[in-house]
Design a protein around this ligand. Structure first.
Ligand code: PGA
Length: 257
């Protein structure tokens, strides 16, 4: 069985409303002209306030979905400025990104807090894109595997095997995000194989083989094919290159057929 392959665009805090509509429309036009295989998915993660209007744009394009870049731990309540998983779902999101390194750094999101966000997303029956990744110093002193294991154990591995069917991992080495410095296909493959090994230890081989593991960090139109063709890389979480239709289309085209 071919594992689900996913290319997700993390638009971060970019695009005005008209620009967002134009980008989503062009991406959907590309997909309509180059239909996705049954095991392939494209996920657009715009700023939350565009999800509702983009729902109509993606609705008729098969295997193409919307996601949020973050959500709160609670469903509702007195949390000024926050948005819950239930809310983004109610306007059309099917996926939520949790644990992005920018949220960990700028919003001080800890593994313990992320565990609560993981639960919020899973309870809402949404697909979870859980980000993990090491710093350059951790990579350099070879503690990156222990760090990744800790991130997964403290935020994710309390879920059961059934709940794991809602989980997608995005391995994003922090030193590669927005820096133009990509992990080599060999480095990324090696780390993905390690992550799959962690899943096999925790949940058994079946779950490990089914869980999509995406690579993120300066993945672009030129390097996507060499990364996404690696056996344990099941797609990408794309930042900068998700903001231009031609670049994003080239990455979509690089998914395993
Ligand atoms: P990048 O960002 O592709 O611009 O490096 C990836 C991400 O942060 O998800």
């Amino acid at each position: 069985m071919q594992r689900t392959q996913i290319v997700a665009g993390n638009w971060k805090m970019n695009k005005t409303a008209p620009e967002a509509t134009a980008l989503a429309t062009q991406i959907c036009q590309y997909i309509d002209q180059h239909p996705l295989a049954t095991h392939q998915r494209v996920v657009l993660c715009p700023p939350n306030l565009y999800i509702a209007s983009l729902q109509a744009v993606v609705a008729d394009t098969p295997n193409t979905y919307l996601g949020a870049q973050n959500c709160h731990t609670h469903t509702l309540g007195a949390y000024t400025g926050e948005v819950s998983a239930a809310m983004v779902q109610s306007i059309g999101a099917s996926y939520v990104i949790v644990g992005h390194s920018e949220r960990r750094e700028y919003h001080h999101e800890t593994n313990a807090l992320l565990r609560q966000k993981v639960d919020a997303v899973v309870e809402q029956q949404l697909q979870l894109i859980f980000c993990c990744g090491e710093s350059l110093s951790q990579r350099d002193n070879n503690t990156h595997e222990a760090w990744l294991a800790q991130q997964l154990h403290e935020s994710l591995f309390h879920l059961n095997a059934q709940q794991m069917q809602q989980v997608i991992i995005a391995y994003e080495p922090i030193w590669a995000i927005g820096t133009g410095k990509t992990a080599t296909p060999e480095q990324a493959q090696q780390t993905h194989a390690y992550l799959r090994h962690l899943f096999a230890q925790q949940y058994g081989n079946h779950t490990a083989q089914q869980t999509p593991l995406l690579y993120g960090g300066s993945c672009n139109a030129s390097n996507a094919a060499s990364l996404l063709s690696q056996p344990d890389i099941d797609g990408g979480l794309i930042g900068g290159a998700a903001l231009k239709t031609a670049d994003f289309a080239a990455i979509i085209a690089a998914m395993k057929p």
